[in-house]
Design a protein around this ligand. Sequence first.
Ligand code: HEM
Length: 132
Amino acid sequence: MPTPAAGLSSDGAGGGTGRPLNEVVTVFPDPAEHIAWVQNGSPAAGTPYGNPDRPGGAHISSETSGGPMPAFGDLLTEEEILAVVRYEREILGGESESALAGGEGGVPAGEVPTGEAQSEGGETSAGGGSGG
Ligand code: HEM
């Protein structure tokens, strides 16, 4: 299938759709919020989102793009969302060894807090390793 994230912005150098993602770690310090963003897409135009305490403050939906980001919660699996979020945080956002790596306080793969379609708990042990 086509890669839904193919149109996303990259490193602030231009190109892509939406915002540059080099700030994404400060906008969503909590990976769970980042995951929720990708699942839900933009809120209504004009709605502040993300960490208001970051330099520059919260971002405002549709402010820079003229339109919203679509929701991916029904299009991507939890694993795919986790993977693209981790990519954004670590490769585009420069976060070293993001919390999504499953370390302390992290979001263990397979236990993404979607609130739906979540597999029954019980098999997740620390540092679970579906790598790569
Ligand atoms: C799975 C693929 C994608 C991921 C993981 C992703 C992730 C993100 C993230 C984390 C932000 C917030 C950036 C910030 O405010 O600093 C964002 C914003 C945005 N993205 Fe995406 N994106 C994806 C695909 C797309 C696609 C395909 C489009 C366009 C069709 C798009 C359009 C936008 C727009 C317009 C914004 C700015 C939000 C607004 O102004 O309301 N994104 N994206």
